[in-house]
Write a protein that binds this ligand. Sequence first.
Ligand code: GLA
Length: 393
Amino acid sequence: MSSPRALALSAFEREYGRPSDALVRAPGRVNLIGEHTDYNDGFVLPVALDRAAWIALTPRDDGRVRLYAADLEQRGEFDLASCLSLAERGDASAEAGGWLEYPRGVAWALQEDHAHELRGFDGTLSSDVPRGAGLSSSAAVELAVAAAFQVASGFAWDPLDIALRMQRAENHWVGVASGIMDQLIGAAAVAGHALLIDCRDLDRRAVALPDGVAVVVLDTNTRRGLVASAYNERRAQCEEAAAALGVEALRDADLDDLARVRDRLDEVVYRRARHVISENARVLAAVEALEANDVTTFGHLMDASHASLRNDFEVSSAALDEIVSAARAAPGCLGARMTGAGFGGCGVGLVEEGSLDDFLSDTASAYAKASGREGELLVATPASGAGRDTTAR
Ligand code: GLA
């Protein structure tokens, strides 16, 4: 199978009859720990993946954007002037052509407040971040389009500003109320590192991954369905708990505070809050463990995160539980959990490198036996954030 980089390049020559001027990429991500904490002003610890969305492009002199989505074999085009207000957005979930709302939303978010003077481009897009798998495929596409506009228009690339604008594109144009994690790791990742993000002040700290361990993405090969309503419901429950606690966000409470208001909270809301509060503490403990080279403790925190997401936050699925159990029982596994929004998609494991081969084969066969499905296991190489690719073609 061709790489998405090669596909974007060759599709460009076919579509436009000449080679492209530039190439940009934006990575997917896997979150090591800190799930459903970002929209509670909490902490997350994602890494960018070597799976990415790529765009080959040549800038245009006008405000037209022409894009060929090579994986979908679909063409789309629009004028930058048609993305100046939210009133002009179309239906991102539409069967055909809905994908074009992602680049249009990016154009809107970059042009909002007259922040950036944009120029159009001719481009071709290809991505190997699987859709609906919890690996942030939509943020990767948004950031790749933003990087293409940066090349075409020449504005200064400030990763934090770009991430915030891409989150606005996702929230207001595409209509998904996601937090900031996916866009910020995609924009600001440091190769070879995880990124601790404080989702309140958006401070970041790159944390090196210790030698001798591998991050393995555990794809159940199940894709989540209509997740937006369950996601938004979780957000509302977290806000209800924060209001009962009298705090701005669950980030500001600890488990003792929660115990004091337990009688006043609905049982489900109580458990949702218990997940978020305990998960924030786990992220901070996990970073401390990583920095002390204590991968055993890190792994246990991943396990505890999974149990909390399954029991208290109720966003796991049978397939996710099966692949996480399969991984947990395999040789060399230090810890494993579901990753991303949940309800399907992927888990993530931390594995001793010396046992990697046995880990991969045992996990694959145990998962197949338990679920009747073929999973896909991907050893991650923590990548850098979105930007222009300057390596030789
Ligand atoms: C999705 C959202 C993120 C985050 C995760 C759960 O990936 O886009 O902002 O909330 O779910 O941690």
